[in-house]
Every structure is written in C-alpha cells, then in structure tokens.
Ligand binder design. Structure first.
Ligand SMILES: Nc1ncnc2c1ncn2[C@@H]1O[C@H](COP(=O)(O)OP(=O)(O)OP(=O)(O)O)[C@@H](O)[C@H]1O
Ligand SMILES: [Mg+2]
Length: 275
C-alpha cells in the first residue's frame, strides 16, 4: 500500500530530523566551519550542534570568535565584505549557504538580538509591526495589532507599554528597549533566536528580566546566546560551548561544564585565570 501524502510528509520530516548521540533533536548544525576576515582566519573547523528548544551559551575570552560564529548562523557575516565562511551550516538539515537560499527569509527563521538595544526610530508599535509587515504575515490591521500585542506579551513588555504604543521606541529605558528588540525578533515567528551579549548594556534588574524571559522563550524557540558572564551562562543555558582563539575547545551540558570541565583551558577560563 502506498503511503498517503501526509504520511510521506511526516516520514520525510522524521527522516530529516537529525538527533544528537544522546537523542536530542538538532535544530542547527555547524560542520567544519571556518571563517576568514581577509587573510586572517578567525574560526577553525567548528563542529557544533544547536539543540532544538534549548539555550546554548557561547562563552570564551574576547576575540575568540563567539560573535563571528553567531553571525554565521543567520548569514549576518554576508554583510561584512572581507568575511568568507567555509564548511557547512544547516537549519533542519537544509544548507543555509546554498545559493538558492533567500537570506531575508532565513533571517526571519533565525532572528537576532544585538548587544546594544537598537530600536528603529519609530513608535513602539511600528518597531514590532515592521517585520510582520514586510513578510506579509498579517491580512488586516486587526491581525497586525494582535501580532504586536502578543509579541510584546511574550517579550514581557506589554504591561509596561500598552498605553503608549505610539510613543517612540527609543524613549524606553535600556532594559525595555532590549525587550522591545526581542519582541521585534519574535514578531516574525522565528524558530531560532541569536543573542549577542543581550544584557551587557543593562542593569541587574533589567538583566534579570531578560534572563527570565530567555528561560520562558525556550519553550518555543531555540536560543543561542553569547555571554561574558559565567553566572548568566549557568542561569540561562542548558548547553555551553567554550571558544578559545578561534577553536571550539569543548561543548556540553552547562552544569558539567561549570563543575567538571574536561579541558584545562576551560577550567582556567571559568575560574577566572584568564579572559
Ligand atoms: N568585521 C571584522 N573585520 C575584521 N576582523 C574581524 C571582524 N570582526 C571580527 N574580526 C576578528 O575576528 C576575531 C573574532 O572576533 P569576534 O568578534 O567574533 O570575537 P568575540 O569572541 O565575539 O569577542 P568579544 O567577546 O570581544 O565580543 C577577532 O580576531 C577579530 O579581530
Ligand atoms: Mg563578540
């Protein structure tokens, strides 16, 4: 008996779904990723699996290549002229560097939140509505209103701004601006959210709010976060990857990494001997 279309689609999906050796679904996979800025090599043969609906923290001393690797995951490095990426990176098994890939669509699936909150010089509403509008995600004003409200809710900002959605996004506090940027990233229903030191410009209270949010978001999203704070990595992530001089030294469950690192370099870094 031949399978129905739905069965065939399911089988394809199940077949395409790669698992780690210990059985977690892999959302993104880097395979021998090398990155060059001109003649200078910044990353060397990085093999890293990003597990679905988990938070993966990238840690390591300044200049070790954390941001460079993060930018590979949604092709943000394409915007840097001298940057060249080699190796393979997949999203659900699909090669994201394939020439047929629509980069705008890719970046809707793999969103990004930057170190410095960077709201557009527009209203709070327009900041969040921008992405859904350019991707044609709503058919009416009412639908767009819903997306904006629910994105702000998911980002834990709605209650603070619901009475002033027309006020400029840049008028919010730093912590609120960062949550606005997270709402903006969420609004296009991404599958993966990349965050490059999202709390480094925030005070401890705003940081705690964003960390709480990250913990809630992992129910629905795969998250990769770069952080310089060991405490933050320990609080928010399930997996940690330690980079050093462009090499991925080790990757593993966050708890193991902090209590029982396998490599001497990791131990030195997390105990503050360098970095
Ligand atoms: N746009 C660029 N042009 C040239 N070289 C770059 C560029 N961006 C990064 N590099 C180089 O690549 C290497 C890795 O930099 P990257 O910014 O990825 O490090 P990082 O781990 O994120 O550091 P930090 O913790 O300071 O943010 C460094 O040697 C850096 O000088
Ligand atoms: Mg960086």
């Amino acid at each position: 008996m031949s399978p129905t279309a739905a069965e065939a689609a399911n089988a394809t999906e199940a077949g395409a779904r790669a698992l780690t050796a210990d059985g977690d679904p892999i959302k993104m996979r880097g395979d021998k990723v090398c990155v060059f800025y001109g003649d200078k090599q910044a990353l060397f043969d990085i093999d890293l699996d990003i597990r679905e609906r988990q938070v993966t923290a990238l840690i390591g001393p300044s200049g070790c290549g954390k941001s460079t690797f993060l930018r590979c995951l949604n092709r943000m490095n394409d915007t840097i002229d001298i940057c060249r990426v080699a190796g393979d990176i997949t999203l659900d098994g699909m090669d994201i560097y394939d020439p047929s890939i629509d980069v705008v669509e890719l970046r809707a699936r793999v969103g990004m939140v930057f170190q410095k909150p960077n709201p557009f010089p527009k209203s709070i509403y327009e900041n969040v509505a921008y992405g859904p509008r350019i991707h044609g995600l709503s058919r009416s004003k009412a639908e767009l209103d819903d997306i904006v409200a629910s994105s702000l809710q998911k980002a834990g900002l709605y209650e603070e701004v619901k009475d002033r959605l027309d006020a400029p996004g840049t008028g919010l506090s730093g912590g609120q601006q960062q949550r606005l940027c997270i709402a903006r990233a969420i609004a296009v229903s991404p599958e993966v959210i990349l965050m490059d030191e999202p709390c480094s410009a925030l005070d401890p209270i705003a940081t705690a709010k964003v960390e709480e949010l990250i913990d809630e978001l992992r129910e629905n999203y795969t998250i990769v976060i770069v952080t310089h704070s060991m405490q933050q990595a320990a609080r928010v992530s399930q997996r940690t990857a330690f980079f050093h001089l462009g090499i991925l030294v080790e990757e593993g469950p966050t708890q193991d990494m902090f209590t029982n690192p396998r490599d001497r370099r990791t131990q030195d870094y997390i105990t503050g001997r360098f970095g």
